[in-house]
Design a protein around this ligand. Structure first.
Ligand code: HSE
Length: 425
């Protein structure tokens, strides 16, 4: 039987779970795959910190070289997170002849090109299933099951924390902050939860998916990123009245004139397959030229699903499966600027309820080629303003933004910044 000696970098929630699963399932893996997996060194910041009971504390070290330079270690699992230090460790592992499994989406989205280049140069492998979609086998599906396709569209709910918060707000009227605290307590959120609620985590993941699927370099800064922190209970309730759910969607489309890549809160019609993806669940809808639509669905956050993905990579590596670094096609197209996209829009104005308001707003929208498809205005109950909600037909982002800016500048009609949310159908 083969023995695989693993060096673990980082022992946070995911690292601890990887350790526990390997200990618990060692004999199962031996029977199934004829391989014995042993974690033989673990890099931590503080070797004295009290951790879980089953941990063999003799394995802990605070010296990176104890893992990266140990010739008896066959495979390195990088779970330290962050970018700069993780990059240093991964490159050092490669240079010491070790392949790497990582869950680090920030690292691959922001520094992927230099990592793939170095891996290629040194003939090393990097596996990153756990970087996208928690326990869902997304990268494996692209690498294997969808290998015969050109993928031209990806729509994903790929941040479990945001999806959990929006679901709690929508189904139970829970406050944003309370729902966020719950998501943190359940281990869904990043160490810095602003990455979740500002859409950065989902942007990292869609950059990785678009890079892999479209065989195009995706500079991370070209991914337009808007999170859910401005979504209010009002928006969720009005969306419902029109027959929509609000979801944080990651979108990547490959078109002849460029690539669209963005993360945005989105109104999805209730009969859209992604509108039914609730809680911390993730789902990714791919469209390939041969297969058509494929939906992958499962738990997108939390230590157990993420450890499941990490271990699937470890097992694949032990079986001799190659990670297949993202290819780079000869014809590279640019990521389009957000102002050039076409979309439908939900606009929530806070208006002063007086004669002429509606015609003023619709007049400016009309002048900018924006056509209205649906309207709701509630009656005044208290205060001076009322919400006026318009849905539009498809228009250019640049036209919508110019029109809304103009409308918002008229303080005798509008009192608060207008909320603009894109609609996907
Ligand atoms: N914070 C991430 C999420 C964890 O909420 O989806 C998985 O990457």
């Amino acid at each position: 039987m083969r023995r695989v000696s693993i060096g673990l970098l980082g022992l946070g929630q995911i690292g601890s779970e990887v350790y526990r699963v390997i200990s618990r399932k060692r004999s199962l893996f031996q029977k199934r795959y004829d391989v014995r997996f042993d974690i033989t060194k673990i890099l931590v910041k503080n070797t004295k910190k009290k951790r879980f009971k089953s941990l063999d504390s003799k394995l802990l070290t605070s010296k990176p070289s104890d893992v990266l330079k140990d010739p008896s270690i066959d495979l390195v699992i990088e779970l330290v997170g962050g970018v700069a230090l993780a990059k240093k460790f991964v490159l050092e592992a490669f240079r010491n002849g070790k392949d790497v499994v990582t869950a680090n989406k920030a690292l691959l989205a922001e520094e992927g090109e230099s990592i793939y280049k170095e891996a290629k140069k040194l003939g090393r492998q990097i596996f990153f299933e756990a970087s996208v979609g928690g326990g869902i086998p997304v990268i494996k599906s692209l690498r294997e099951g969808l290998a015969a396709n050109h993928i031209h569209s990806i729509l994903g709910i790929i941040n479990g924390t945001s999806n959990y918060i929006l679901t709690q707000m929508s189904q139970h009227g829970v406050d944003f902050d309370v729902a966020l605290q719950e998501a943190q307590a359940k281990g869904y959120a990043e160490l810095d939860p602003t990455f979740d609620i500002e859409g950065v985590d989902a942007a990292h993941k869609i950059a990785i998916l678009a890079r892999y699927s479209f065989e195009q370099k995706i500079p991370f800064k070209s991914v337009d990123c808007e999170g859910i922190k401005h979504i209010s209970q009002h928006d969720i309730d009005f969306a419902k009245r029109f027959g929509y759910s609000i979801k944080l969607l990651a979108i990547a489309k490959k078109q002849k004139d460029g690539i669209e890549a963005r993360v945005q809160p989105t109104l999805l019609p209730n009969n859209h397959i992604l509108a039914k993806v609730d809680g911390s669940f993730n789902a990714i809808l791919f469209e390939g030229d041969e297969v058509g639509e494929v939906l992958l669905y499962g738990k997108g956050a939390g230590p157990e699903p993420t450890a499941s993905a990490v271990l699937s990579d470890v097992i694949d590596w032990a079986k001799g499966i190659r990670s297949n670094l993202p290819r780079t096609s000869k014809s590279q197209v640019k990521v389009k600027s957000i102002s050039s996209i076409l979309s439908r829009y939900y606009l929530r104005f806070s208006v002063i309820d007086k004669p002429g308001t509606l015609s003023y707003i619709s007049g400016i929208l009309g002048k900018h080629n924006v056509s209205i498809s649906n309207v709701i205005q509630t009656e005044k109950k208290s205060g001076t303003t009322v919400p006026l909600i318009l849905l539009t037909y498809k228009g250019h982002e640049a036209d919508i933004r110019t029109a809304v800016k103009k409308i918002d500048s008229n303080r005798s009609v509008i009192r608060e910044k207008t909320r603009v949310i894109r609609i996907e159908s």
